[in-house]
Design a protein around this ligand. Structure first.
Ligand code: SF4
Length: 261
């Protein structure tokens, strides 16, 4: 594979101005809430989040196994619970299939955020359709335009968001808490109900509750992102080895990392 010299990223292409809000909860209140939620079920954590923040809170869903688990739980707690998704323009067909299946099964609307078309056009015109394979900088530029900017736009309308992150997914996530003040996104509240769950627990929930899931999980995909950038892994391989498989490390996309990419 051809590796190009790092290109300078045009920050104006990838950023949305994030308005910093007064946090809905103080750091002390968040610490108390986390203490009170210690050992609570994911449903209890979601109940707290929806009671406290609905309709100004939504799940960020890429329709991976954890996300569909949370959708099932959320809709059972509140049929009007909000779910949003980032349509990068490069997703797998199987992801679109499960999105429609979930929409029909739960009779819900999914709030889909697209990237800014003029930013995508400029990037592709200058760097090509498959720019992400050529350098880490190009990959970050693509993720910035197709994911991070739309995420920031989605979150700018909310007071809180819910994610499917689990502690055992990467080392970066071990310090996460059930409830956090998300300083990267204007001090909104971030809620992580599945933090303590293992992958086996997630699978057990999906099977017991017959939750529709992305068929790519059955074909060796542990996490499912954009089609060109995710692949199946071999048994025993690191779960994130399937993401940006041509890079040696740096496997986060910028959606859950302090300070952006
Ligand atoms: S995962 Fe790949 S295609 Fe998707 S936004 Fe990032 S670099 Fe672009």
């Amino acid at each position: 594979m051809r590796i190009k010299a790092p290109a300078k990223i045009d920050r104006k292409l990838t950023t949305t101005t994030i308005q910093t809000k007064q946090p809905r909860l103080s750091a002390e209140q968040v610490a108390k809430i986390n203490k009170s939620l210690e050992g609570a079920s994911a449903q209890k954590i979601l109940e707290w989040a929806l009671k406290e923040l609905h309709p100004k809170i939504a799940l960020a869903s890429s329709f991976g196994l954890e996300d569909v688990t949370l959708i099932d739980m959320m809709v059972k707690i509140n049929p009007k619970a909000r779910i949003f998704s980032l349509e990068t323009g490069r997703l797998h067909q199987e992801t679109y299939d499960v999105m429609d299946e979930i929409k029909d099964r739960y009779n819900i609307q999914i709030e889909v955020f697209f990237p800014d078309a003029s930013r995508v056009e400029k990037m592709v015109r200058e760097k090509g359709m498959n720019l992400f394979y050529h350098s880490v900088e190009n990959r970050k530029l693509c993720c910035g335009i197709r994911k991070v900017e739309p995420l920031n736009r989605a979150l700018s309308q909310l007071d809180g968001w819910i994610t499917g992150i689990r502690k055992d997914q990467t080392q970066n996530r071990t310090a996460a808490r059930y409830v956090e003040i998300d300083t990267d996104h204007g001090n909104i509240i971030k809620v992580n109900p599945l933090l303590d769950w293992s992958l086996d627990q997630v699978w057990a929930y999906v099977r017991q509750n017959k939750v529709p899931y992305n068929i790519l999980h059955d074909r060796g995909f542990p996490s499912i992102g954009c089609e060109p950038c995710t692949r199946a892994i071999q048994p025993g391989e690191d779960p994130r080895a399937g993401r940006w498989w041509w890079e040696q490390d740096n496997k986060e996309c910028g959606l859950h990392v302090k300070g952006g990419h």
